[in-house]
Write a protein that binds this ligand. Structure first.
Ligand SMILES: *Cc1c(COP(=O)(O)O)cnc(C)c1O
Length: 384
């Protein structure tokens, strides 16, 4: 019975055209991909600076593995916290301008750890409606009252905060929204957090390494201070080209997270070789203005190229460039036609995005060539 139930649910997904299928790449992450022996130009990855397969990171990871081994052997609080982890935390604190930083094994785990450590049953979380799934799950896990405000709507958030009797309040938002590519109004969020004595937790998975001076992220982009009530979460699986995450903030709150974030405490520390690769990655991010200007150039090329087509490009200033098509079937059809031409762009449909807003999510990276973007522009213009 229980087995048949699952089987029929999987069958139903397949019948509705909603069953997700993985493709196995026999090529490292980069603009050039190969699936089933077939060459493709990929516009799928979040490797915005093209660091995932960079020789400097590969060397640092190999040298790191030779010096420190592959496994950390334990959680950070037991015996898994090695010198490269400590060096990376210090470097992240310096880089982001906060007093302390704490490493997590993934961004998903960072969010699941941070929110429940800060708020509980008698408290309230105020969350943007378009927040990433990991933030939504984090609120559920915390058992705090979940109040969601319309995307980017500071006036709606202010009304919710003003009406809330909660003992402790926490405002939670993506800094760059992962399916739209737009920025949260961070200065306004911080102002409301100050006024209503709330925590502000910002998830900068898509901004860290890309936005702000030297890629210091969305906080730097808006030139916000390292306020004591502000927690800045960044991830390493996107622009940093590796894996993992961190949260930076005031010493007191990071000390507290070290004691109470369960996804920090009850998991094995990430490989010290990854920490070594990330130390090299931070160097390349900080000195990566050429990579970032290359990215802005390609974004402009795509946006100029698609201007005036039937499909609207969402107003995104970041590497995430969604082409809004609307209808699910048309979106799938266009993605399929692109794939036939060797252009791989993911089709994003409900429930990931709102009904009627299916889209192609084009991700650009500094390692794409002008020619590759031109091929995509030409194909899309023709299909439109
Ligand atoms: C990718 C992403 C995460 C998850 O980070 P991982 O390190 O991949 O687990 C969290 N938040 C946002 C907004 C993301 O885009």
């Amino acid at each position: 019975m229980i087995w048949e139930e699952l089987q029929s649910e999987v069958d139903a997904l397949r019948a509705a055209g909603l069953k997700r299928e993985r493709r196995t790449l026999d090529f490292p992450c980069g603009p050039q991909a190969r699936v089933d022996g077939r060459p493709l130009i990929s516009f799928c990855s979040n490797d915005y600076l093209g660091l995932a397969n960079d020789p400097a990171l590969i060397d640092a990871a190999s040298a790191g593995a030779r010096t420190w081994g592959v496994g950390s052997g334990a959680s950070h609080l037991v015996s898994g916290h090695l010198t490269p982890h400590a060096a990376l935390e210090q470097k992240l604190a310096d880089f982001t301008g906060f007093a302390r930083a704490l490493l997590f094994s993934t961004g998903y785990m960072a969010n699941l750890g941070i929110v429940p450590a800060l708020v509980g049953r008698k408290d309230a979380v105020f969350a943007d409606r378009l927040n990433h799934a990991s933030l939504i799950d984090a609120v559920q896990l915390s058992r705090a009252d979940s109040q969601r405000y319309a995307h980017g709507d500071l006036a709606a958030l202010e009304r919710l905060l003003a009406a809330s009797p909660a003992r402790r309040k926490l405002i939670l938002s993506d800094a760059v929204f992962s399916m739209d590519g737009d920025l949260a109004p961070l200065p306004g969020l911080l102002e409301l957090a100050e006024r209503f004595d709330a925590w502000l937790v910002i998830d900068d998975a898509h901004g860290f390494g890309v936005l702000g001076a030297q890629g210091r992220g969305s906080i730097a982009h808006f030139q916000l201070p390292a306020a004591r009530r502000l927690l800045y979460m960044g991830t390493f699986g996107k622009a940093a080209g590796a894996a993992g995450a961190f949260v930076a903030g005031d010493t007191t709150v990071i000390d507290w997270l070290e004691q109470r974030a369960r996804t920090y405490i009850f998991t094995t520390a990430a490989s010290p070789a990854i920490a070594c690769a990330l130390l090299a990655s931070l160097e390349l991010i900080a000195s990566g203005d050429a990579r970032r200007s290359r990215l802005w150039q390609l974004i402009a090329q795509l946006r100029d190229g698609l201007a005036g087509t039937r499909w609207r490009l969402l107003p995104s200033p970041t590497a995430i460039q969604p082409v809004l098509i609307g209808d699910n079937h048309e979106t799938l059809r266009v993605a399929g036609a692109l794939y036939e031409r060797g252009l791989w762009v993911p089709a994003i449909r409900p429930p990931t995005v709102a009904a009627g807003t299916a889209r192609l999510r084009v991700s650009l990276t500094a390692s794409h060539s002008d020619e590759q973007v031109a091929l995509l522009v030409d194909a899309l213009r023709e299909l439109a």
